[in-house]
Design a protein around this ligand. Structure first.
Ligand code: MEV
Length: 422
């Protein structure tokens, strides 16, 4: 273990040697890791104890029409069929006229928590009287943000218990995700509350429950666009409405419903170098805002149309963090032609709605496995060692098997190769 002390101080190459000497990796694995370290100087700047770049597949969804703008959407995901399903959902919605989005505000919330309070009402009054001073202190801590047009906008005080108070500040972080700005500003406010207001500060930190960065995306799809596999679009639309009701009523289903939505949302956020854990955490909290965990989308029927809507917090950014550093993120951002954080937030919410439409449509018609199976069999073929054209050949053979697993796939691959030798 002693060898790992100051691992971060070692040069990249020596970190790998340390792992090798400690028998954690073999020579071959060291060579393999080296091929995955695309730019170790850059990696060292982004994370600590860097050894390599962990790659995930990136694909493209082409069918986006958001507020009248056509968009190409890079998605990073390891899950087969997420992108195919997404493309499918987005295409139906684009044919129906696209997504319409709405953003009322884009503010991040920061908290300073005060504890050991004797007279909560008195402290709340005192803070309320000094709201403008606190805003000024926050803004002085981040002058560059203020110069760019951002800054603290309002203060709110919440009594969490007789002895515990949260002082919330809403911050306009402009085009960034803004975590650093908010944390710096909240620490400055915390310092003042401690020294000048003589309060006991427990912590100062942003909140990922971004209730003042809500985004809404909606669509309206004529029944005729939902016809599929011999089932009428009207029938499918009604079943989707039932599926939507189910996700409002049953948390067991709601979690899976929302997981499917996040399949799409996370894939875009990763491609755009955003903090997808922050969006995940906020989305799930918002899904339980009325005390029960519910689906983040709602589908209903209006005349002969299926109408869908998604609403969730979207604390994302288009500058800052690794966004302006990681080469693929820079390319993805350019490819999408994203101009502002609001535009990205609108798109990401729309991706969630398209993903949900595709999942629900499959679930209430042919089932999810049919669509998944082709890609899963392809992964199985690769897993057992199929290469080049063998992958397609083996995938076809496995489609005829009742229970295609590793054993069956290995056997079939051997047969295929023997046949090829003869
Ligand atoms: C699978 O990753 C996602 C789905 O389960 C979503 C859903 O059930 O709505 C298909």
């Amino acid at each position: 273990m002693t060898k790992f002390i100051k691992f971060y101080q070692k040069k990249w190459h020596y970190r790998l040697i340390t792992l090798l000497n400690d028998d954690l990796i073999s020579d071959d694995e060291k060579t393999e890791i080296e091929t995955h370290a695309l730019n170790h100087e850059l990696g060292d700047q982004i994370t600590e104890n860097y050894i390599a770049d962990f790659t995930l597949p990136e694909g493209i969804a082409f069918n986006y029409l958001v507020d009248g703008k056509k968009m190409t959407v890079p998605m990073v995901t390891e899950e087969p069929s997420v992108i195919a399903a997404n493309n499918n959902g987005a295409k139906i919605i684009a044919t129906a006229g696209g997504f319409t989005t709405k953003i009322e505000s884009r503010l991040m919330i920061g908290q300073v928590i005060l504890e050991n309070i004797d007279d909560a009402d008195n402290v709340i009054n005192q803070i309320n009287e000094h709201q403008l001073d606190l805003i000024k202190i926050a803004n002085t801590a981040r002058p560059s943000l203020v110069k760019r047009g951002g800054g603290a906008r309002w203060v709110r005080v919440r009594k969490l218990a007789a002895d515990l108070i949260s002082v919330d500040l809403a911050i306009d972080v402009q085009e960034a995700m803004g975590a650093n700005s908010v944390n710096t500003m909240m620490e400055a406010v915390g310092e003042t509350l401690q020294t000048q207001f003589k309060q006991d500060v427990l912590m100062s930190i942003l909140s990922n429950y971004a209730t003042d960065s809500l985004v809404e995306s909606s669509c309206s799809i004529p029944f005729t666009l939902l016809d599929s596999a011999g089932i009428s679009g009207e029938h499918i639309a009604k079943k989707i409405v039932s599926a939507s009701r189910l996700a409002q009523l049953d948390p067991y289903r709601a979690v899976t419903h929302n997981k499917g939505i996040m399949n799409g949302i996370d894939a875009v956020l990763i491609a755009l170098g955003n903090d997808w854990r922050a969006v995940e955490a906020g989305a799930h909290a918002y899904a339980s805002k009325d005390g029960q965990y519910r689906g983040l989308t709602k589908w209903s029927i209006v005349s002969d149309n299926l109408v869908g809507i998604i609403k969730l917090p979207m604390p994302i950014g288009v500058v800052g963090g690794s966004i302006d550093i990681v080469p693929m993120v820079k390319i993805n951002k350019k490819m999408m032609g994203i101009k502002s954080a609001k535009e990205l937030a609108s798109l990401v919410a729309s991706v969630g709605l398209a993903q949900n439409l595709a999942a629900l449509k499959a679930l209430v018609s042919e089932g999810i496995q049919k669509g998944h199976m082709g890609l899963q069999l392809k992964s199985l073929a690769v897993k057992v060692g199929a290469v080049d054209e063998e992958v397609a050949q083996l995938t076809e053979l496995l489609k005829n098997e009742n229970r295609p697993d590793t054993e069956v796939a290995t056997k079939k691959l051997n047969e295929l190769r023997k046949k090829g030798d003869n």
